[in-house]
Ligand binder design. Sequence first.
Ligand code: NAP
Length: 335
Amino acid sequence: MTVRVGVIGTGRIGSDHIRRLTGTIPGAEVVAVSDVDTERAELVAGEIGATAIPGGTDLIADDRVDAVVVTSIGPTHAEYVLAAIDSGKYVFCEKPLATTAQDCLRIVRAEREFGSRLVQVGFMRRYDAGYRAMKRVIDAGEIGTPLIMHCVHRNASVPDSYHSAMAVQDTAVHELDTIRWLLGTEIARTQVHVPRSTANRFPHLRDPQLMRFETEDGVHIDLEVFVNCQYGYDIQCETVGELGTVRLPDPPDVAVRKAGQLRTGVLQDWTTRFVDAFDRELREWIESVHAGRLCGPSAWDGYAVAVSSDATVRALESGEIVEVRLTEKPELYQG
Ligand code: NAP
């Protein structure tokens, strides 16, 4: 059986996911697309023999669509995810699940009322081979109880529409999810230190930022977010345990020895760094839709990250340590 997918949002990542679902991933067919830019939607639909449907909620309700991919801009996500739950259809939603923790909670409650999982959130780092290897080492107890984690998230540059709160809302959200997933616990406290800013910044932007998180069971995490580092896209993570450490590998590249130097390249953006993770993420989502049982990042994960993200923005503004307070985790998301 083929899962007939409808995609809402045919921009950068929407087009990328459509390409994946059409050319790379077996068992799926993109049958409908939608975008406020109807011309773009029609163009994309024409390229793959799909139907362009003007409204996202009409696409969700359409009988030809079995499952929905939401890749429109963040503020539209909650409406579309809630409509998909209402129709009883599986929905893969790019991060963020919603732009407010309140809307994430509405989604959690709607899904709980439906009675089984329909929602998966696009936290694709869980599908990266390096992160998965690190999780296997931690889960096997090889480094003993985790005590500390050091993380780095650097981008070569960002557009001037990027503002200081986006260091967490747009950038650190990926770490907020991977920390919880790798350590199997929730973030309890958050704090942000702001050192001298780079001269390669816009006047409104505080960059870099040093974030500090503490989990419910006392692991301390430091995260450097530096989005105008100039030299490339650089993701690092090391977990320190009682018996040893485990570190994310650098992306593979040849080592060139020449003229008295040894050099390797640094990737320039997330599209190349996580291309395999995106492929695996959508492949496993389609497989789980076929199986009728989702196992990827849940609406609860989207909610927990949103609460930590909001708390970190407040920590940035206040300079204080801010507590992260989640509601009780519903049975649906236990285990
Ligand atoms: P984008 O290029 O701006 O694409 C978004 C598309 O949605 C645009 O075509 C936009 O049209 C359209 N749109 C706006 N409002 C809509 C509505 N009400 N209904 C349907 N379509 C609507 O953005 P993007 O970079 O692809 O990002 C999309 C989402 O993916 C964001 O939430 C982003 O955070 C997420 N994302 C995740 C990752 C990741 O690492 N997992 C990476 C990149 C992006 P207009 O251009 O006309 O507004």
